[in-house]
Design a protein around this ligand. Structure first.
Ligand code: NOJ
Ligand code: CA
Length: 687
């Protein structure tokens, strides 16, 4: 009886919250993941995560350092604890699937300092079956009005020396090759020298997110953040000895802090995806689920589409962005050629880069302020004529705004630039931020730029224009709230294959990207290179079938066919690009291992047709596809695009075999992927 009474007393006290050293525990809906929160003897907040009863993230600290006031990290007491359960579906206007299930249990902890100034901090934990998210809230309070954050000290203590797929914690760019090492071997500093980057700043041994890991027990973890709003991007500082990571926010050398906010506010969510299968990392919707619902009412003005562009020809040096070079790519005549090709080939968009004045001074110039004009075309490009022609042909022009990392110049012209797009009936823009940010001392991933990128998104929404940012801030699921965030770069894209002095992206690049960068959101990778060998140093390091497979493997509601029209004409493999969908009812990740291979099946919205893409790294392998995801009783007219028997990413990249057959849902088939190879299937419902 006494025991029972004590137990009740404890529960009661914990609800009222006056207990220190008492563990608050919460489990995911299926109970496979659990989280414990407690204050240690010093009154410091700590959390611990278990997967199936085994510690996955060991006791890890939380806290903040500020300017002009003491850290908020100890002498805290719990003043309240709440739990909530949530389970709701929501619909993506376009996406990897139509319906997303948002199912979690939430634990909310209210903290207050025991001594004056008795500052308050709340922590929200959401526990899903595929991972966790937590964030801090600085609630309205009497003794704290503003904060200047010098550091956020969120720890992630690992339980072993896991295998990691990582890029350095660059404050300026994510365009690095992924490294595969043990955690204790992470060396970001060694990546500081880079011949091909117009901007890079790696101040310490830190990594960028998402960083994906595999434990010795085969569990997969990926660390990232969700809803990065009015805050600095987070890198993770590596402590090799203690197998621990701590949040390291991107700072501003100009303003000399990391984040400045007025209270009340919430930080972005710190996220940990946890799954036994590598494929479940891709299937997870944790990042979008941790964002706010759609704030834009009608977004039907944007339609997912494939596009081509006056683009690759600049990257391979055939033409140029500026007019003075004498080989200007964006001429009226050339634009019409691309529009004709798009119209004939089921391609909805044409991107035209180098159409506006300013390109003579865009790179390598110290003062790029005021250089670009976002409404004035070069004299050999008749904007109105091109728009008129594209409308006659049923193709939409994609606007291009390269800011050359001078965001203040862009902001001055933002309304005018977007009003022009709206007036012309252009509903998407590719933006670019090549170079070191002006003003000096700001970085692409700091709070000041996070706010700039958001301003562009909001302005876009106002003028019905969707944004595809290059040299962007990382994707953190904002596309749920602002669906006009359609895609972004934020990785080493296809363009590196055209000119990188290190020989381009190796065959393992995309089999890593699918399990790292792609967990954060859509990628404008620009696949579809058909001419694989470019010159003595540069080539695409995959087979042609691998290039086709990328239309399914990599998700983006805009998908480029990057190559020159003349390299597509007459090639039967191009039929796959004509046919492949860009907007999905449902996605199924069939198999895969990080950095080795991955196979994804996606069902197209409306048509119900399925497409499958599979890619391999530098190894050749066999993969078996069970077609049980197809609707039973239906026949699918299938075209198979597979590596030829002698295909090889380097020795024979364009060797491809195309076959037709009927596939039904009771079938299973084994396919061979070449070294650096791939497989693409289009499965159309037989009428
Ligand atoms: C870098 C982008 O990634 C690339 O796609 C674009 O062509 C150039 N900037 C010029 O804006
Ligand atoms: Ca780029």
């Amino acid at each position: 009886m006494r025991k029972v009474f004590l137990a009740f007393l404890l529960i009661w006290i914990s609800r009222c919250g006056n207990v220190q050293n008492f563990t608050n525990k919460i489990e995911s809906p299926s109970k496979n993941i659990s989280l414990e929160f407690f204050l240690n003897k010093e009154g410091s907040p700590n959390y611990l995560v278990k997967h199936k009863g085994l510690v996955t993230i060991d006791t890890s600290k939380m806290g903040f350092d500020f300017k002009d006031q003491p850290s908020l990290q100890k002498n805290l007491k719990i003043t309240g604890v709440k739990t909530k359960a949530f389970n709701q579906d929501w619909e993506m206007p376009w996406g990897e699937q139509r319906i997303v299930n948002n199912h979690y249990n939430e634990l909310i902890i209210n903290l207050e300092e025991t001594n004056p100034p008795k500052r308050k901090l709340n922590i929200y934990f959401k526990i899903y079956d595929d991972g966790i998210g937590f964030r801090y809230e600085f609630p309205r309070q009497d003794n704290l009005k503003d904060v200047i954050i010098m550091d956020e000290n969120t720890q992630f203590n690992l339980t072993g020396d896991h295998t990691c797929w990582w890029i350095p914690g660059d404050w300026d760019i994510y365009e690095h090759l992924y490294n595969t090492t043990k955690f204790s071997e992470i060396d970001a500093i060694s990546k500081q020298k880079h011949a091909n980057l117009a901007q890079t700043y790696i101040p310490e041994n830190a990594v960028n997110t998402p960083i994906t890991m595999r434990t010795d027990n085969g569990l997969h973890l990926s660390f990232h953040e969700a809803n990065l709003t009015d805050y600095a991007g987070m890198t993770l500082k590596i402590d090799k000895e203690n197998l621990s990571m701590t949040s390291e926010l991107v700072g501003s050398h100009r303003l000399k802090y990391k984040v400045k906010r007025t209270i009340p506010f919430v930080t972005p969510w710190r996220t940990i995806q946890i799954s036994e299968l590598a494929t479940d990392l891709i299937a997870s919707n944790l990042i979008v689920n941790l964002n706010e619902p759609n704030q834009l009412e009608d977004v039907s003005w944007f339609e997912p589409k494939k596009y081509i562009g006056i683009w690759w020809e600049m990257h391979i040096g055939k033409s140029s962005w500026d007019m003075a070079s004498g080989k200007h790519g964006a001429t009226t005549e050339n634009a019409k050629k691309y529009i004709d090709f798009a119209a004939k080939n089921n391609i909805g968009g044409v991107l035209i880069e180098g159409w506006n004045t300013g390109w003579e001074h865009w790179i390598g110039f110290e003062d790029r302020e005021g250089v670009f004009d976002f409404v004035t075309p070069y004299p050999d490009y008749n904007l109105d004529e091109v728009i008129q022609y594209s409308k006659e042909k049923g193709v939409e022009i994609i606007m291009h705004n390269e800011t050359s990392a001078a965001p203040r110049t862009y902001e001055q012209q933002l309304d005018t630039a977007f009003a022009l797009m709206n007036h012309l009936g252009i509903h998407s823009v590719k933006t670019g931020y090549v170079g070191k940010i002006i003003p000096k001392g700001e970085f692409h991933h700091g709070q000041w730029m996070v706010n700039h990128y958001r301003k562009v998104i909001k302005t876009g929404a106002k003028y019905k224009v969707a944004i595809n940012a290059h040299e962007p801030i990382k994707a953190t699921g904002i596309r749920r709230t602002y669906p006009n965030v359609i895609s972004r770069e934020g990785l080493r894209g296809q363009e590196f294959n055209a000119w990188a002095s290190d020989g381009g992206n190796p065959p393992e690049h995309l089999p890593i990207v699918a399990f790292t960068r792609m967990l954060s959101g859509p990628i404008d990778f620009t696949p579809g290179a058909f001419k694989i060998k470019l010159n003595e140093t540069n080539q695409i390091n995959t087979t042609l079938a691998h290039q086709l497979a990328l239309y399914v493997v990599i998700y983006s509601p805009i998908q480029m066919a990057c190559d020159l029209p003349e390299n597509y004409v007459g090639n039967p493999a191009f039929q796959f690009i004509r046919d492949v969908g860009v907007n999905w009812e449902y996605t199924k990740v069939l198999n895969g291992e990080v950095g080795d291979f991955v196979t994804i099946a996606r069902q197209e919205r409306d048509s119900g047709n399925w497409f499958v893409g599979s890619i391999s790294d530098e190894e050749s392998r066999e993969i078996t596809i069970n077609f049980d995801f197809l609707e039973s009783g239906k026949k699918y007219e299938t075209t198979i695009y597979k590596d030829g028997p002698d295909a090889h990413w380097d020795k024979n990249p364009t060797s491809i075999e195309i076959q037709n057959m009927i596939i039904t849902n009771d079938m299973e088939k084994t396919f061979k992927l070449a070294k650096g190879g791939g497989l693409a299937l289009s499965l159309k419902i037989s009428k």
